[in-house]
Design a protein around this ligand. Sequence first.
Ligand code: PGA
Length: 284
Amino acid sequence: MTTNRTPFVAANWKMNGTGEFCAQYFKSFHANTQIAPLLANDATTQDKAVEVLFAVPFVFIEAVRRLLLATHSPFHVAAQNVAAAEAGAFTGEVSAKMLEDLGVAWTIIGHSERRTLFGDDDETVFGKVQAALRHSLSVILCVGETLEERRAEATEAVVERQLGKFLHAAADGTLLPNDASSPIGTRIVIAYEPVWAIGTGVTPTEGQIAAAHAHIRRLCVKHLGGTAGGSVRLLYGGSVTAANCRSIAPIAEVDGFLVGGASLKADDFASIVHSKLELVPKPK
Ligand code: PGA
């Protein structure tokens, strides 16, 4: 199925890497035969075929940004988290303004590891989304059910609850100015990541992924209308690998991936990016 939404593939390195790892990683990523054409002089047109970003630990953001700039790479560096507060006595936190100053365009918010290990509840997650959008950061907002919730057939209700505040605020215009200069589809991407699939090697069936994505699309369209709701990219995340990405990539409403473990291997991540690129119709 073709849509006019630009496919979007994001790497989530989590708390991994060293300075040396970053340098080696981008050397092999950029040398990858599938990715190299995207770095050619016509990258501006090719770039639009798929949006690629790397959510790396805060301490590597500047190094990765420089590595990407040095190769005129069309790919972006992103953060994995951001503070809800603007500034002040919040030891260890990093604000949206700081990331904006660094030239970071995207951040992940509400990842299940933040929710379960660091206590980010729906309220906190919404505060972080507001903080990011007040500045120039766009957001990958993560949602997804636990195994108990899936067994209790609560997947749809959980996702609806997790998206609730965001969808209501986006609908009533309090989240973003509802005008063409700031279209919601360029500022928010939603990642459906069932908690039981993250880092486990277990992936949902294609039917389960299709059903969850269709539900999220329905919620977006219901609250935001057909045009805005239809413009939000929906990513699948949870044990995506170079081996399984080609069976997930064509599923309706899967506009791309959020990739954890497999994104640490440059060639595997390149192959995952390519699985989305292969589905983009070639210009005549
Ligand atoms: P995984 O992680 O690909 O290692 O399952 C995905 C994520 O946490 O975003």
